[in-house]
Design a protein around this ligand. Structure first.
Ligand SMILES: Nc1ncnc2c1ncn2[C@@H]1O[C@H](COP(=O)(O)OP(=O)(O)O)[C@@H](O)[C@H]1O
Ligand SMILES: [Mg+2]
Length: 334
């Protein structure tokens, strides 16, 4: 029996009841019936349905097409438009919104059920394609990071060390202050190049556990005006390499975001393990942000895809009063 969750947005009670019983008889779950587009957007945000039936002319201000546009853009939910209007323009603009079906009322039951199956199938393929594409991008990113990191270490790092040795060999008596200052600058450059190297390719992840690596990372980011606390427990079950890298990168980006954007004073990073799940949370006490906005940056979408790659569930709660809480819960056994 299918257990896909369906939202019905329709202002005719008769039509929505008919649809509801039709799809429920087929084994689908109806998670909501709404008669306005505004409410539909809200329900879709709260409980991300797998498919939406959307009437075009609705009671509120917003039309079904506008609501469909918002819902599809945000959640990639397939939309099946329902309308009595056989007006050509309406059908055209509905088609533009999302590449999903258009059903004219009164409908044929079999036809509706076939379209549901098809729309769900297409949507699964689309999501799988997105996931694959993102997996390639992330893999490419890691390879590029590894390459730049090697260049930095083997090229620039060696060069800086050689300059430092040369400078140290100059007789201090005849060079004095300039020599000391230059050595100091070179030391800083070496330190900086190591830091970038470590950031690109966290070698500590290879040498240490995820717990130690996160502890180090938090320690490094702490300073006089920012406290970064790490809390954890002893882990009973081992974490595999893919999970380690994904969770580390998520923590890295979330910490950078908190530091760069939130103006926080304190960040708490927690890593816990239950019998079945790994749970990573990063919480800051900064100014928060609007999580439903679309951002052009890559950071948050990378976090999302990294979480998905380890079958994790990502949640971001943000509030100007309390700051931001980002959490990922991933199954221990992939
Ligand atoms: N912890 C946070 N506190 C406040 N704002 C945040 C936080 N995390 C993300 N943001 C907001 O989300 C936006 C998108 O983040 P991201 O995708 O990582 O891109 P970038 O960091 O490159 O701007 C940021 O520009 C910022 O406005
Ligand atoms: Mg960022």
């Amino acid at each position: 029996m299918p257990q896909e969750r369906i939202l019905i947005v329709e202002d005719s009670m008769i039509v929505s009841l008919h649809l509801k019983s039709l799809v429920e008889n087929e084994g689908y779950r109806v998670i909501g019936v709404s008669d306005t587009a505004e409410e539909a957007v809200k329900i879709a945000d709260e409980s991300t349905p797998d498919l939406v039936f959307m009437d075009i002319m609705l009671a509120g201000e917003m039309t079904g097409i506008e609501a469909a546009e918002i819902i599809y853009k945000k959640h990639k939910t397939p939309i099946l438009f329902l309308s009595a209007l056989s007006d050509k323009n309406t059908i055209e603009s509905a088609k533009l919104t999302a590449p999903f079906s258009f059903i004219t009322k009164p409908f044929e039951e079999r036809d509706v059920l076939n379209r549901i199956t098809l729309a769900l199938y297409k949507s699964t393929l689309e999501k799988e394609n997105d996931r694959q594409r993102m997996a390639y991008i992330i893999e490419g990113q890691e390879m590029e990071r590894a390459r730049v990191s090697r260049e930095l270490h083997d090229g620039l790092g060696q060069l800086l060390n050689a300059i430092k040795l040369q400078l140290e060999a100059i007789d201090p008596a005849c060079s004095g202050e300039i020599r000391d200052k230059t050595i100091q600058l070179i030391r800083q450059a070496i330190h900086e190049s190591r830091r970038i190297h470590e950031n690109l390719l966290p070698s500590r992840l290879l040498d240490f556990s995820l717990i130690n690596s996160l502890e180090e990372l938090c320690h490094e980011l702490s300073g006089p005006s920012l406290e970064v606390v790490f809390q954890t427990q002893d882990f009973v079950q081992p974490i595999n390499e893919q999970q380690k890298l994904a969770l580390y990168r998520i923590a890295q980006e979330a910490l950078q975001n908190a530091i760069k954007h939130s103006g926080c004073k304190k960040i708490i990073v927690q890593l816990y393990q239950t019998e079945e799940h790994l749970q990573l949370t990063i919480e800051d006490d900064g100014q928060g942000f609007n999580t439903s906005e679309q951002f052009p940056g890559r950071g948050l979408s990378n976090i999302r895809f990294r979480a998905e790659a380890i079958k994790g569930k990502l949640q971001i709660e943000s509030n100007p009063k309390y700051g931001t809480l980002l959490s990922v819960s991933a199954p221990i056994h992939l």
